[in-house]
Design a protein around this ligand. Structure first.
Ligand code: NAG
Ligand code: NAG
Ligand code: NAG
Ligand code: NAG
Ligand code: NAG
Ligand code: NAG
Ligand code: NAG
Length: 519
């Protein structure tokens, strides 16, 4: 387990947390929170679109530096559209002086990694003879040069892969997590070192004291999938506007093979409910939710993982959440004894030279920029119709009809309580109408409120199908054809069937507006 602590006394008996801290390096910093948003000094929204970068494994050196120069990786991060890195570190790096002052050369040497060391020396000669703590700082500095924000995530105590139920890293009293004071010291040291941050309420205070600039991010229980204990016992702190909560989710976080064996709409409906109960409710209470880990196998994606990510993307878009993808690493120096272990969830390939899965990177572009925020321009409020399986949105292309395209150029849609979908601001009400089965849906001056083909209800357990009735009473669902034209077709796998893939028919109507942001 990561540091999801269970403190046995006091009102926090169920809380606890993985301490994370925040080190922002661009925007009008520092960041703070305003209700559910991360904002800069001007109160403008800063959306965190992060990628995880591990520096917590056995060597306690940021991964990939044997493959590429640190500045190249930093640049690649911004080129891929991320503005932030969740940099994971082991507590002992901060608390064990012997470890912290070990040189990179010695750390590779101790693990017997000769080839990887030579490659490291070729790619990052200036870092081989510096201490592990200075190498860590150098990574943060390199990211700062590229204006990439950094979330310092204390992942575990003893350097190594995380996490298991029996890894002795999870709870106070565990072999590698005996002493809460040591944790506080480590966090304080990191917070101070970077003018950074911390968590259990007492600890949280400590972090805030060491560096009041950082936002404190508190994680949940059970591999950080569940914050629902906060419903009854909210965290109370002496500082305001510096607190956010973190949640993680993978296809494998729920029942083992549910995404492979279950009906996709039912499993997605269940997931959406769980996400709301376990974390989403905090957004309604005015706290930012940071999805610190989510991702999928990008090497040979299984159908179930793809459906999971589509369903999850719909949720991320609905609430326009801040997030960090697991992960950037294409491979590790050494992971659980395997030298050069591949990371199939990694954005980079094994060599860190190419992107493992380009289509996936294009797909998440839609969630890298914000579409709602605290300073919305009222006249610009509208809806987007997001299509998770492509990461695109429904656009009105005039004579070319309706097509999927880049969400940042989305048409301004409205969705009325009569369930009609219309063009915002049109003098005569122009609405979306289903014409015939397997034919394009179209926009026009129809008798929109009559109902025939013009009222669109979210149906199925996932609520991600947009269905309407044609004049012959047949129910059809919004869909896209091979050329990304928007059509209507027979609704697919609404229930029971577990072999089908409804992906092309999944759409999420979400709020959007022109917002002021800093970036
Ligand atoms: C501190 O780190 C060194 C070097 O990795 C290790 O040999 C030693 O056992 C560590 N000490 C503790 C108390 O963990
Ligand atoms: C989340 O935690 C709550 C209470 O801490 C528990 O009742 C609930 O079953 C958990 N839910 C899931 C899906 O793990
Ligand atoms: C990556 O995908 C290829 C092609 O599907 C497969 O042969 C290979 O085993 C996969 N590698 C890993 C480590 O899963
Ligand atoms: C890594 O790069 C080397 C040299 O560019 C190449 O020979 C090798 O095939 C690559 N390996 C993988 C797994 O991509
Ligand atoms: C990373 O950046 C380098 C240098 O600009 C470039 O050659 C390389 O293709 C980039 N890699 C990826 C995966 O974008
Ligand atoms: C359409 O279905 C409704 C009930 O769903 C029924 O009342 C109506 O008569 C049907 N109309 C036609 C034309 O079949
Ligand atoms: C996909 C994957 O390996 N994710 C891991 C990321 O790190 C967390 C620890 O915080 C593990 O629990 C996940 O399994």
């Amino acid at each position: 387990m990561a540091k999801k602590l269970l403190v046995q006394n006091s009102f926090m008996s169920t809380i606890l947390l993985l301490l994370t801290f925040f080190l922002a390096t661009s925007h009008a910093l520092p960041l703070s929170t305003n209700t559910r948003w991360f904002v800069d000094q001007h109160g403008q929204r800063v959306k965190l679109a992060c990628v995880n970068w591990s520096s917590h494994l056995q060597l306690a050196v940021a991964e990939g530096l044997s493959k590429r120069p640190v500045d190249v990786i930093s640049k690649n991060i911004t080129d891929m559209g991320f503005n932030c890195v969740r940099l994971t570190w082991p507590l002992y790096l901060a608390t064990n002086k012997t470890l912290g002052s070990l040189s990179v050369r010695e750390s590779f040497n101790d693990a017997g990694l000769v080839d990887a060391f030579n490659e490291f020396q070729d790619n990052n000669p200036s870092l081989v003879d510096v201490s592990l703590i200075d190498a860590f700082k150098a990574v943060v500095k390199s990211l700062a040069k590229k204006k990439v924000m950094v979330i310092l995530d204390n992942h575990l105590s003893k350097p190594g892969w995380c996490c298991n139920y029996d890894d002795e890293n999870g709870f106070f009293g565990d072999k590698y997590f005996k002493d809460p004071q040591l944790w506080i010291r480590g966090l304080t040291k990191m917070a101070t070192l970077f003018k950074g941050h911390r968590n259990v309420v007492a600890m949280t205070r400590a972090v805030h004291k060491a560096n009041p600039n950082v936002v404190v991010i508190i994680s949940g229980l059970n591999f950080d999938t569940n914050l629902s204990f906060l419903r009854k016992k909210p965290v109370s702190l002496h500082f305001t506007n510096k607190l956010a909560f973190e949640v993680h989710r993978y296809a494998f976080s729920g029942k083992k093979t549910e995404w492979e064996d279950g009906n996709p709409n039912e499993v997605c409906g269940k997931l959406t409910k769980t996400l709301k109960n376990n974390a989403g409710f905090l957004v309604e209470r005015g706290f930012p939710i940071f999805v610190g880990e989510w991702g999928l196998n990008l090497n040979d994606t299984k159908k179930g993982e793809k459906l999971f990510s589509d369903c999850f993307l719909a949720w991320l878009v609905e609430h326009d959440l801040d997030w960090a993808l697991w992960t950037m690493a294409g491979s590790y120096y050494i992971k659980e004894g395997v030298v050069g272990a591949i990371e199939t969830f990694g954005l980079f390939n094994w060599n860190w030279t190419q992107i493992r899965n380009e289509p996936f990177l294009h797909k998440i572009a839609a969630i890298q920029s914000p579409h709602i925020g605290p300073k919305a321009i009222p006249e610009s409020q509208h809806k987007i119709i997001f299509h998770p399986s492509t990461g695109l949105c429904v656009l009105n292309k005039g004579l070319l009809g309706l097509q999927l395209g880049d969400c940042s150029y989305s048409t301004y849609w409205t969705y009325t309580h009569h369930k009609t979908i219309g063009l915002k601001g049109s003098y005569n009400y122009v609405c979306l109408k289903a014409q015939e089965l397997d034919r394009p849906a179209s926009l026009g001056l129809y008798n929109c409120f009559s109902g025939e083909g013009t009222r669109w209800a979210p149906i199925s357990a996932s609520k991600l199908h947009l269905a309407t009735k044609l004049s012959n009473n047949q129910t059809v669902c919004l869909d896209v054809d091979a050329e990304n034209k928007v059509i209507t077709s027979t609704c697919k796998c609404l229930s029971k069937d577990n072999k089908c893939d409804p992906g092309s028919q999944w759409f999420k109507i979400a709020d959007a507006s022109a917002i002021y942001t800093s970036s």
